[in-house]
Design a protein around this ligand. Structure first.
Ligand code: NAD
Ligand code: UDP
Ligand code: UDP
Length: 331
């Protein structure tokens, strides 16, 4: 059974300054892989904020030290530059596994983190994705839906990598008794999002700030559901702290076409913004919207921030980074 306190003394808890049980509130030691990234850095802020010790493992593939620089002087924070594809030995209570650009990382990195969780008895949370549903034939998607993924398509490296990661997590849960938690995350946005990884919200917001037209792919009638990052972080922590393995959909059920999203960006960021149409990529899911009744019922979680309220909260961060980039280029 889950008993983080058993870790305190077995692994030199005293040396790390953890407060013994019975004397005061106990700190957890928590690993966040991918903690220098968009979602990870917000999660780390929350965990540090509530008093835990956090070790970030990140190879800076897409993450940035700037996302964590405000924590560097905090004695409860550690940053390890490491590729999760390689094994690592640590002594921890919980593992939030977010590191991931593509399939090899998903599979090998997840295996290593599960091996670590098994060795030290840590609870392990996998950040899976709504992409496991592929181009869904069921709408909205419930956790019971098995998905419609093209195994040889352009997107399959990510989708199938996450599906394999879920399989590995469940195997370690059933076979080795690892306490596993699986989150299926739907499209998430907010400050610190990568400026240039091609996601639709970051593209539209950056394009609008730069006074470029927003690029709408295809006819723009495909739909997505967009969740603000603090809602996701609350959901991840609620899942980690709860008794249910999952999988749980974590997303905002508000559903928008890309044309509607462009309209909202225009409304809340710059009313003079324009759009241009571009050809779409193959296998682009036509619609996606989470059914979150399971998370509502069992985790008592639901998102609080609507798209109209969330978008303005990312603008100043985007403006700052874009103007720093421009200065860097001597513009
Ligand atoms: P991100 O790219 O900002 O963060 C990923 C982090 O992992 C980065 O800091 C990167 O440097 C690190 N990383 C990548 N490969 C690594 C490796 N081999 N070893 C160590 N570190 C490595 O992405 P994000 O949006 O913050 O996503 C975090 C997690 O949530 C991912 O697992 C992603 O699949 C999942 N997710 C995100 C969304 C979303 O909309 N943001 C949706 C579904 C699922
Ligand atoms: N692993 C790790 N840190 C640990 C324990 C395991 O990185 O503290 C890695 C280990 O190197 C292996 C993977 O996790 O590649 C799976 O470990 P497990 O013990 O489940 O499998 P085995 O090593 O027995 O094949
Ligand atoms: N998209 C778009 N313009 C862009 C980037 C993306 O119209 O500049 C569309 C894309 O075709 C997809 C949707 O926005 O239908 C969401 O794309 P994203 O890559 O953000 O997320 P995912 O497809 O992984 O859900």
């Amino acid at each position: 059974n889950y008993s983080p306190s058993r870790m305190s003394f077995n692994y030199g808890g005293g040396k790390t300054g953890r407060v013994p049980v019975g004397i005061g509130p106990r700190r957890l030691r928590i690993v966040v892989t991918g903690g220098a990234g968009f979602v990870g850095s917000h999660l780390v802020d929350k965990l540090i904020g509530r008093g835990d010790e956090v070790i970030v493992i990140d190879n800076f593939f897409t993450g940035r030290k700037e996302n964590l620089v405000h924590l560097f002087s905090n004695p409860r924070f550690e940053l390890i530059r490491h590729d999760v594809v390689e094994p690592i030995l640590l002594e921890v209570d919980q593992i939030y596994h977010l590191a991931c650009p593509a399939s090899p990382t998903n599979v090998m990195g997840t295996l290593n983190m599960l091996g670590l969780a098994k060795r030290v008895g840590a609870r392990f949370l996998l950040t899976s994705t709504s992409e496991v549903y592929g181009d869904p034939l069921e709408h909205p998607q419930k956790e019971t839906y098995w998905g419609n993924v093209n195994p040889i398509g352009e997107r399959s490296c990510y989708d199938e990598g996450k599906r394999t990661a879920e399989t590995l997590a469940m195997d370690y849960h059933r076979g080795a008794g690892v306490e596993v938690r699986i989150a299926r995350i739907f499209n998430t946005y907010g400050p610190r999002m990568c400026l240039d990884d091609g996601r639709v919200v970051s593209n539209f917001v950056a394009q609008t700030i730069r006074k470029h037209p927003m690029t709408v792919y295809g006819d723009g009638k495909q739909t997505r559901s967009f969740q603000y990052v603090s809602d996701l972080v609350d959901g991840l922590v609620a899942l980690m702290e709860n008794d249910h393995v999952g999988p749980f959909n974590l997303g905002n059920p508000g559903e928008f076409t890309m044309l509607e999203l462009a309209e909202v960006v225009k409304e809340v960021i710059d009313t003079s913004a324009t759009i241009e149409f571009k050809p779409n990529t193959a296998d682009d899911p036509h619609k996606r919207k989470p059914d979150i009744s399971k998370a509502k019922e069992l985790l008592n979680w639901e998102p609080k921030i609507s798209l109209r309220d969330g978008l303005p909260r990312m603008v100043s961060d985007f403006r700052n980074r874009i103007s720093n980039e421009d200065e860097g280029k001597g513009l």
